[in-house]
Design a protein around this ligand. Sequence first.
Ligand code: AMP
Length: 225
Amino acid sequence: MDAGLVVVLLGPPGVGKGAQGAALAEWLSAERVVTGDLLRAARREGTELGKKAQAFMDAGDLVPDSLIVEMVRERLTELPVDRGLLFDGFPRTAVQAEAFGKVLAGMGRALDAVLLLEASDETLVRRIGGRRSCPQCGRVYNVHLDPPINEGICDECGAVLDHRKDDRPETVRHRLGVYREQTEPLIDYYEKGPVPVLRVDGEGAIEDVRRDMQRALAERLEVEG
Ligand code: AMP
């Protein structure tokens, strides 16, 4: 059997990577590798990595590349070798992108596509402002787009939802600046390489964006729709 596709979901914070990721991964029969979620889980569990990452995350800064690359490398060893992979929130710097290419090559795999979700800063700030997450199970909601059944309470586990420290307005602006400075150059990096960069407008409703993402991938990569 052929190995599954390897896809990177790229885009600014709040553009909908998290909201789209689960359904997209299911459609691709892929495993999601979400570095923000892995880091938040490490923090909840109080691991050494979690402790090291904490201050960077709360300030809206990037966690050092070496920690991230090691974390991703370790996560990949836990997954079946031929499974499709959907990366969300990684890579985020040129150093990570280089290291990522090498990690994949070491596994005898290669990137198939970069899916770039885009939206205006205004949309991003509004969406992140509405984001609430469960401190217990990690599920993310949006009070405007995807609210829980009972206000402020997690549908899955009943915990009281939290407004992430790094989702507060002053930190959100900073995170967008970090994205523009450190992550946006990856668009150019990948556009110069052999892998298709598929741009999708992330402004619309969740279902419309999902359809556009699937269409973009299906057109370029013979994924069954
Ligand atoms: P996210 O949920 O993807 O917005 O990530 C939340 C925070 O985790 C970011 O603001 C960073 O502090 C950290 N983080 C997640 N992924 C990465 C990455 N690939 N490189 C560096 N820091 C990351």
